[in-house]
Design a protein around this ligand. Structure first.
Ligand SMILES: [Zn+2]
Length: 124
């Protein structure tokens, strides 16, 4: 099933990392922390804009500890609970897309600026 949600919750690394350690990091063997693992974990946290969330489903076991290296913010899809971060799929996507279009004409970080705007609009 493809998720059609375009709503993302921005969360800082420290919060996501402590949730991850608590629920996944100490419990699952490293080969179970993979994209194929679609286990949902229901989490409470505060987004980077200060909004409190409770019982948000997050695919916490779909990524390994390496995701936390050199990344300060993560994006959780409100539809399916997938977690995204800059530098992973985004850089791969950019290099893939650059084979076909001129990516220099689009602003750096544009995708996530749009996501952040969505998030602040919801607060109003
Ligand atoms: Zn989704």
């Amino acid at each position: 099933m493809v998720c059609n949600s375009n709503q993302y919750i921005k969360i800082n690394k420290d919060q996501l990392y402590s949730l991850w350690l608590e629920r996944v990091g100490f419990h699952l063997p490293s080969n179970a922390k993979s994209k194929k693992n679609h286990q949902h974990y229901f989490c409470d946290f505060t987004s980077t804009n200060g909004r409190k969330y409770s019982d948000v489903k997050v695919l916490l076991s779909s990524f390994s500890e390496q995701a936390f290296e050199n990344v300060s913010e993560f994006f959780i899809c409100e539809g399916c609970g997938k977690v995204y971060w800059e530098g992973s799929h985004l850089s791969r996507l950019k290099s893939f897309v650059s084979n076909y279009v001129d990516v220099k004409s689009t602003q750096e970080g544009n995708v996530y600026e749009v996501l952040s705007k969505n998030e602040s609009q919801k607060q109003i």
